[in-house]
Design a protein around this ligand. Sequence first.
Ligand code: SAH
Ligand code: SF4
Ligand code: F3S
Length: 431
Amino acid sequence: MKPEKIYIETYGCQMNKLDSEYVNAILTEDGFTVVTDPDDADVILLNTCGVRDNAEQRIHGRVGELSSLRRFKPDLIFGIIGCMAQRLGNNLISDVVSIVAGPDTYRLLPSMIEKALYEKTSFTDLHRDETYSGIEPVRVCSHSAWVAVMRGCNNYCSYCIVPYTRGSERSIPCDDILAEIENLKQNGYREVTLLGQNVNSYNDGEINFTRLLERIAQTGIEWIRFLTSHPKDLSVDILDVMSKNDNICNHLHLPLQSGSDRILKAMNRKYTISRYLSLIESARKFIPGINISTDIIFGFPDETEEDYRNTLSVMQSVRFDFAFLYRYSEREGTKAALFPNKVPEQVRLDRLREAIELQNSIIRQKNRERIGATYVVLIKGLSKDKQGWYGFTETNIPVVVKSKDGASRIGSFVNVHIEDSTGGSLVGTAI
Ligand code: SAH
Ligand code: SF4
Ligand code: F3S
């Protein structure tokens, strides 16, 4: 019997989440039905991340768990797609897994699925021109959309697997992006998040990221966000465009990675701490009240106690509004995997733990200072206790919104008076 129903589970970054929406579109177009419950599926696809080892361990665990469904459905087909698929290729094919597809091969998925009952296939070619142009993603959300402005990465930070799993950088033509955003706006979308591994290197002939952002702002879509900015390429021009356009959200994600120049050099990041700090200063000058978030890695090879203390002191002086903190995870095939003086796992963990405590205390303090303020919040869904909603401010702070009004406000902008904070979120009442 031909497999018909497909269940897709997604891990990793926003780019991967958007890719799942492309996969959904490709499969739907080909006559498959995408279902939301694995119990209903003939095919289970896991769209995976390979950026750290624990991301991959989780997938192995999940495959094991889901494979028990085979007891009731012996023909159930498993596919691993995405970055881990690209990294491990054929090696993932097993008794359970019969499809392996890297991020540039999703147009082949329908034929792979049709053959899967009698043939196991792995496709991991990288195509420098593949941008999935001409395909309209089947979006899971009806008010916020991810829009890729580029794919791939050319930066080769020495710890990072992404350039190997996603191939070289390619920019999507400006006109296509504008047409997509116009279309989203017509369909009631209120927020777009522009995606690229390093959006600041966007390049479509005359149009760089600054010009692109300007043109997107002119579409009038209500909230525009973008990820990720690289400190080596972020320009003051971009900050200027942000400050001049109210619909570009006052949030900047600017990965620091380390607070030590020596480690930044070994990471091949191509900026210094003094450049990083001067960018932060400019951002705060151009856009008062801007929120700045970051990514930092702890325990990179040869990171000394002093390097680590330098990172903590940058965290203390910048006071990030949010930080994704990671312990270094060695990725085979990257340059750093060959570096000597590995930091023991326990030290990586201890450093990470202390940094998380510092960051949490910074956020708690910042959130206390926000009590009494009123923010516009874009409502994303019901709160955990189902008594209210949750959403995000323009500056990307999570907010739990109390309300007695039972009407659905999902996808709308609500003014919220902040009365409290818990953990990382603000708590307030809709006014
Ligand atoms: N292109 C983006 C995001 C890349 S992946 C950027 O350059 O910022 C997201 C984050 O994962 C990175 O910023 C980095 O902090 C982290 N990361 C990447 N490789 C890692 C590794 N080998 N170990 C631990 N963290 C890693
Ligand atoms: Fe990885 Fe660096 Fe590219 Fe980001 S910029 S995806 S960290 S190689
Ligand atoms: Fe994203 Fe993970 Fe790939 S962070 S680019 S899904 S390795």
